[in-house]
Design a protein around this ligand. Structure first.
Ligand code: PEP
Ligand code: MN
Length: 346
């Protein structure tokens, strides 16, 4: 439920309501507004006499939250959330681009790709150190050695880092190296992993499971938010349908639907969605036109030699073209492509 405080309610009245709610077994999440403050209270309402709260000084009304996702839904918070990583903002006017190879393969290839990605203007560098491969015999990633290479690439380029974690035991280690922790499609409903990243104190990039409904996806985000971490970026990466011409089917309509249901930023992964570098440009433009707050794109200096996802990886020259195209679409929909600080100095 949402407790709406009166205009001009005092800080001590707000604190008193929070204290009362926690005594009654509720978890509270308060959104302080210039005019109105609202307190989201999550817990078991069955034994609650709402009059206890309604009669407290400064309380205006109580509204139930109808949707199953409470903290990440628009009912509690109407204005869009911005997830900040340094000077980068997901969910504001900027279109933020994350790019890099599928996996960190070795130091020189990774640093070379990172330099190209920076030169094209991207703001965040991606790369997998733990790869959740369909086959146990495929390349599984370099683990901590990969994280070290990522850190070095960040030191060289100044780019922020995102990488996937697939095991609860590695969350702390991963969080110590990167700026954003990624939960991949295969782990979207790994609830212990979601709880663990909710506690890690870092922004989380939550990919949609390939068989997950939008509601299930938002409930997965709710797990992270319920741990007290609302720094969540949602990522649509394609879902399984009967169509086999592309690796997955990019559900572009998820963007406006999620924007209506949730205040969280949403980005799109056109690489895993299509499985082919040829379609990455058009789906990137479409995603930005549909309201995405950013993109995560696979780029490799030599896709033919990539240890994973070469067929969907863009060569750096092609990535530059895609960036320029995205810039024009962003302007057409009153957004702005974010280029990293060093972009104009190259
Ligand atoms: C990835 O981004 O490296 C990845 C494995 O993607 P997904 O979880 O969307 O398949
Ligand atoms: Mn990949």
């Amino acid at each position: 439920m949402i407790i709406i405080m009166t205009n001009g309610s005092t800080r001590s009245q707000i604190d008193d309501v929070e204290t009362k709610l926690s005594q009654l077994g509720f978890k509270t999440h308060t959104i302080y507004g210039d005019i109105k403050t609202v307190i989201g209270a999550i817990g078991d309402k069955r034994n609650l006499n709402t009059q206890t709260i309604l009669t407290m000084p400064g309380v205006e009304s109580i509204v139930p939250i109808m949707k199953p996702f409470k903290l990440v839904g628009r009912e509690l918070k109407q204005i869009p959330s911005i997830v900040r990583i340094g000077e980068i903002e997901f969910g504001g006017r900027d279109i933020v681009i994350i790019a890099g190879p599928c996996a960190i393969e070795n130091e020189s290839t990774y640093i070379d790709t990172a330099l190209k990605v920076r030169a094209a203007g991207a703001s965040v560098l991606r790369g997998g150190a733990y790869k959740p491969r369909s086959s146990p015999y495929s390349f599984q990633g370099l683990a901590e050695e990969g994280l070290k290479i990522m850190k070095e690439a960040s030191d060289v380029t100044g780019l922020k880092l995102v990488t996937e974690v697939i095991d609860t035991r590695d969350v702390e280690l991963v969080a110590s190296y990167v700026d954003i922790i990624q939960i991949g499609a295969r782990n979207m409903q790994n609830f212990s992993l979601l709880r663990e990243v909710g506690d890690a104190g870092k922004p989380v990039l939550l990919k949609r499971g390939f068989s997950a409904t939008i509601e299930e996806w938002l409930m997965a985000a709710e797990y992270i938010a319920a741990e007290g971490n609302s720094q969540i970026i949602l990522c649509e990466r394609g879902i399984r349908t009967f169509e086999t011409a592309t690796r997955n089917t990019l559900d572009l309509s998820a963007i406006p639907v999620v924007k209506e249901l949730s205040h969280l930023p949403v980005i799109v992964d056109p690489s895993h969605a299509t499985g082919s570098w040829k379609y990455v440009g058009s789906m990137s433009k479409a995603a930005v036109a549909a309201g995405a707050d950013g993109l995560i794109i696979e780029v490799h200096i030599d896709p033919s030699a990539a240890l994973s996802d070469g067929p969907q990886s863009l060569k750096p020259e092609k990535f530059i073209d895609v960036m320029n195209d995205i810039e024009r679409v962003a302007e057409a929909v009153d957004r702005k492509l974010k280029r990293n600080q060093d972009y104009f100095h190259q």
